[in-house]
Ligand binder design. Structure first.
Ligand code: SAM
Length: 227
């Protein structure tokens, strides 16, 4: 018998993804967008010269897209996912975004690939290939910015264990993700930091977060690698 959990089919969750996520996050924030906004702002901090072409890889129903548009107002936005139903939702709700089916991504060139909460859904044996694919789609000097759940944070672990669409989740430690990206041909890891320390009621403390990137207590972490 295999120990690998069956893969979650996000087509089944596309219609209620937002409600399920809001249930999960309601303890921390009334505004589900608070964390998506923060992640997009962290991605924006990685660039002196703003990227022109951005791919939201594993975009789901597109909850990060309004914030990528907010922090990168002049960029051309693209979105892809393996869930066709999620992509149909994105095509309807974000008409300024170019939707790429999973097979259409290769051959494109992006200055930023943003991936939030995707890698823990990719089976471990397929993660190297996924990194190689992302690297191949980056322009020279382009960056991939990957956000993941922090397995050291007990609240994060509890949320994952009770979330229906996380049934296939295999969480990765920050070191594992950084090593995966560092071992990918063409990529150099520039940053690896814990983040999402402060829920919305404590957002006044957010400026402190930039000094806490080393502390494995954030709800998530992110790793940035440059081509
Ligand atoms: C937890 S959702 C996150 C959605 C979105 N990034 C967000 O933050 O709201 C994970 C998404 O990753 C997608 N996914 C999983 N494996 C993928 C792969 N190999 N390529 C592209 N998308 C993938 C799933 O279909 C799902 O929509």
């Amino acid at each position: 018998m295999s120990n690998t959990p069956d893969r979650v089919d996000f087509d089944e969750y596309a219609d209620r993804y937002e409600d399920l996520l809001q249930d999960q996050l309601s303890f921390f924030s009334k505004d589900r967008g608070y964390f998506s906004d923060h992640k997009a702002s962290l991605a924006a901090r990685q660039f002196d010269k703003p990227p022109n072409r951005i791919l939201d890889f594993g975009c789901g129903i597109g909850l990060s897209l309004p914030y990528l548009a907010k922090y990168f107002p002049n960029a051309e936005l693209f979105a892809t996912d393996i869930s066709e139903k999620s992509l149909q939702h994105v095509a309807k709700t974000h008409q300024a975004v170019t939707v790429l089916q999973n097979g259409e991504v290769d051959g494109h060139c992006f200055d930023l690939i943003f991936a939030a909460g995707v890698f823990h859904h990719i089976p471990p044996a397929q993660r190297r290939e996924a990194c190689a694919r992302l690297s191949a789609c980056l322009s020279p000097g382009g960056r991939v910015c990957v956000f993941e759940h922090n397995p050291y944070n007990p609240v994060t672990r509890r949320m994952v264990s009770t979330c229906p669409f996380d049934e296939d989740a295999v969480l990765l430690k920050r070191r594992e993700l950084a090593n995966l990206l560092a071992d990918t041909r063409g990529l150099t890891v520039e940053r690896r930091e814990y983040c999402l320390f402060f829920p919305e009621p404590l957002k006044g403390l957010q400026p402190i977060e930039r000094f806490l990137g080393w502390l494995p207590l954030g709800g998530q972490y992110y790793v940035v690698a440059r081509k």
